[in-house]
Design a protein around this ligand. Structure first.
Ligand SMILES: [Zn+2]
Length: 454
């Protein structure tokens, strides 16, 4: 049962309801598995089914006679049926399930004298530990939803995002809801609630920290997430404060690029991210390039889409102007020419009205400014350039789009492309790739990034 608990904890780490199971024969562990309906979009992917499948494959027999299955939660009717079909000798479960338990709580499929195969049953083994794991999981999930909203902030209605999922129809779906996480107790957040996607195994060797562009949100990585998950990697994609499903301070003065950087550093520390590859587009890329210098050991490289670090000592262009078009697109009632309705809906969802758009209006504060107005920012930019010049450990892929986007032009004007090319011997690679600046970067681009790091 302790082994089953380990499998349950692993399921919780993946955002699944924490139920784990193992199958044992003659004192030998044959199979071990956790609940996984969400990851596989499979309502039958209960831990017990997973373990029965694994064990039958391992033993080369669909009958599992002489085997004992341990599971942390009382089996449901589906699993109880499968266990009887497998002719298990014995089933041992942990916590009772008063809602769907089919081993005595709601019904008892193991006590049907009419069935010709009888499976021995024992319940309540390590019941407290098994139950506590489930309770902690559901409490954490409720806690995320219940976090109070600060008076000086707004939160886009969840309905806007639910409707979006409906409109997307055939598009590959976002990671399912439990991969959506909230955090509000990072020091810099001061009670604001930050939303982020967390998908894949917590201890995956690689974590892609995906940072959205200005006026976009974690949704923009929807085509990337499945590619990285399929490779066994973890993906963290935050909605920066003021964007997406994160809280939005109403005052423009509350928004500042250096503040976002601090939030991201605290998030990486809180989640103890390791082996991080920062993937960033435009504005998000700029913020991402400012992270590794604060904790170099966490990071192994970066993928930049139309992003670069401005040079503090150059005359900085007005980056915010480059995004004016996108802000106008958000305000439009209908999708602009060349943009499909689903993408337009995704662009608009987090910004239903002017009250939710302070970050859009504050865009001058979200980029480094020219001149002496921002000495702290200028110092940080210089420090970051020095860091990347000296950086020899990581690998970095720098992708620029064909140059049709105004944002791309603004960034390319100041991006350190010549430096990247010069340093290619140390693993830097810069290239131009069509589609790098697309609102929703596609799966082919993700595959390109994955190849570079594999
Ligand atoms: Zn079940």
């Amino acid at each position: 049962m302790r082994q089953a608990l380990l499998a349950a904890r692993a399921a919780a780490a993946r955002g699944e309801v924490p139920v784990g199971a193992v199958l044992v024969r003659d004192g030998q562990l044959i199979a071990s598995g956790g609940n996984a309906p969400i990851a596989g979009n499979d309502p039958t992917a209960h831990a017990e089914i997973e373990v029965l499948r694994q064990a039958a494959r391992a033993l080369g027999n669909y009958r599992l006679e002489g085997c004992t299955l341990y599971v942390t939660l009382e089996p449901c009717a589906m699993c109880a049926g499968a266990m009887l079909n497998a002719r298990l000798a014995r089933v041992v479960f942990g916590a009772r399930d008063p809602k769907t338990g089919a081993a005595g709580s709601v019904l008892d499929l193991f006590a049907q004298p009419a069935l010709n195969h009888q499976t021995a049953l024992a319940g309540g083994v390590l019941a407290d530990a098994c139950g506590a794991l489930l309770q902690a999981f559901f409490k954490a999930r409720r806690g995320g939803k219940a976090s109070p909203l600060r008076q000086d902030a707004v939160r886009a209605p969840e309905g806007a995002f639910a409707a979006l999922a409906d409109r997307e129809g055939a598009l590959p779906s976002l990671p399912p809801a439990p991969a959506s996480r909230f955090v509000s107790d990072l020091p810099t957040l001061a009670g604001l609630r930050l939303h982020y996607l967390d998908a894949g195994a917590a201890r995956a060797p690689r974590t892609w920290l995906c940072l959205h562009d200005f006026a976009l949100w974690s949704h923009q990585w929807r085509h990337w997430v499945p590619v990285f998950l399929a490779a066994g990697d973890r993906v963290i994609a935050p909605d920066l404060i003021g964007f997406g499903r994160s809280d939005k301070p109403k005052k423009e003065a509350a928004h500042h690029w250096l503040w976002h950087r601090r939030v991201l550093l605290e998030l990486a520390q809180r989640l103890d991210l390791q082996g991080v590859i920062v993937a960033g587009q435009g504005w998000g890329g700029m913020l991402g390039l400012l992270l590794p210098m604060a904790a170099p050991a966490r990071y192994q490289g970066c993928v930049m889409l139309d992003a670069g670090l401005p040079h503090a000592d150059d005359a900085l262009p007005d980056f915010s102007d480059a995004y004016a078009t996108r802000v106008r697109q958000i305000a439009r009632a209908a999708a602009p020419v060349g943009m499909d309705c689903a993408t337009h809906a995704a662009l608009q969802a987090p910004f239903p009205d002017a009250g939710h758009q302070a970050a859009l209006r504050a865009r001058q504060r979200l980029f480094p400014q020219a001149g002496d107005g921002d000495p702290q920012g200028a110092a940080l930019l210089r420090q970051a350039h020095a860091f990347w010049r000296a950086q020899r450990r990581g690998r970095s892929l720098w992708l620029a789009s064909g140059g049709n986007a105004a944002a791309a032009r603004a960034f390319k004007a100041t991006a350190q492309a010549p430096e990247l090319l010069a340093a290619s011997a140390s693993g830097w690679l810069a290239e131009s790739q069509e589609g790098a600046g697309a609102l929703l970067p596609d799966a082919a681009l993700a595959a390109r990034a994955l190849r570079f790091f594999t």
